[in-house]
Write a protein that binds this ligand. Structure first.
Ligand code: SIN
Length: 335
């Protein structure tokens, strides 16, 4: 189903994936119990309040809506990521499309953002993909979704960003930096040390520092190969494991003997693991399991041997990626 308003030549396409932004509950005062993903994008757009419509209309862009999925993002699967990427590519290739918005659940939004960033690569160098979400369902009296959706359309239409970015609670983050840091508050995201790259308030988009580079958009292995019909590749089996105090010595050998393709260790501090885990990880690596390290700290990047791209104890890591995004990256690298 498509919903359109404005009839100008340039358009912004809104692709729906579900989430709380499309959530429905019985009681407008209730913001924590509801069904995520209950509403289509067409319904979200039809219900936008007047001030949000006015902000969108001021962009001069037509808005087209398409629901790709209506799920709670905790239920997202590998196939959903590829379905979304294929629809994004379809619309990016339309000459009249200026940019895309994706409405998504907050819980795994950062993984979808990084997945899209990686598979779309150069395809977004002139047209951004702006992901947005909400912490309160569409039925809440003080729903945050409508303004977030309007803000995301403003950003997508602005011509001032590129790549995959996330727009929430008036702030714009890069796909690499964004992370969900709070389970309930309305501004649940931050961008770590990078902070936000822009803001949008009442329909006005503003770069944080006009001299700052926009998010980098690099070529990827997939960007030229990805079409709306590309078959979905088989998902490699990659697990994310936490290294903790009193860490169990059984987990890694179990995974190795079960045939895991890769593991990402959310390691302590600056990428440390105990001696036993280090030895187990080294033997997994020798046996052909792809091993990557990340930090379980919520902020800050690992510092290690830059030339080798390894921690000081010799575990490979993806610079600047947290554990869940490292897992996405490793799945893609193993294709
Ligand atoms: C979800 O991630 O789909 C549910 C939670 C949310 O969107 O805040």
């Amino acid at each position: 189903m498509q919903a359109v308003f404005n009839s100008n030549r340039q358009s912004v396409v809104v692709l729906g994936m579900g989430g709380t932004i499309a959530g429905e509950g019985d009681d407008p005062s209730q913001t924590l119990t509801y069904q995520a993903g209950a509403r289509s994008v067409a319904r979200l757009m039809a219900d936008l309040p007047l001030q949000c419509r006015a902000q969108i209309e001021a962009t001069g862009c037509a808005v087209i809506g398409e629901s790709v999925a209506q799920i709670d993002s905790k239920d997202i699967q590998w196939t959903h990521w590829w379905d979304l990427a294929r629809r994004v590519v379809h619309w990016l290739d339309e000459p009249s499309v200026q940019g895309l918005v994706v409405t998504h659940g907050t819980d795994t939004l950062e993984e979808t953002a990084w997945f899209l960033d990686q598979v779309l690569g150069h395809r977004t160098r002139f047209k951004p993909v702006v992901i947005t979400c909400a912490m309160r369902p569409a039925t809440a009296a003080d729903a945050d979704g409508p303004q977030n959706l309007a803000d995301a359309v403003v950003v997508a239409a602005s011509g001032a960003v590129r790549g995959v970015v996330v727009c929430v609670a008036g702030e714009v983050f890069s796909a690499q930096a964004v992370q969900k840091v709070h389970p309930t508050r309305v501004n649940a995201f931050d961008g770590g040390p990078v902070s936000h790259i822009a803001t949008v308030h009442s329909g006005v988009f503003q770069r944080e520092n006009p001299d700052d580079a926009l998010p980098l958009v690099s070529q990827s292995r997939w960007d030229r190969w990805l079409t709306p019909e590309t078959p979905i590749p088989k998902q490699p089996w990659v697990e994310c494991v936490w290294h903790t105090g009193a860490a169990s010595s059984q987990l890694l050998p179990l995974l190795a003997s079960a045939g895991v393709d890769g593991v990402v260790v959310a390691a302590t501090g600056n990428g440390t693991v105990n001696e036993e885990w280090l030895m187990q990880l080294q033997s997994m690596s020798v046996a052909g399991v792809a091993v990557r390290c990340a930090t379980r700290c919520s902020h800050g990047a690992l510092v290690g041997d830059k030339e080798k791209g390894q921690t000081f104890s010799g575990l490979a890591f993806y610079p600047e990626l947290n554990a869940v995004k490292s897992r996405v990256q490793l799945c893609l690298d193993l294709l």
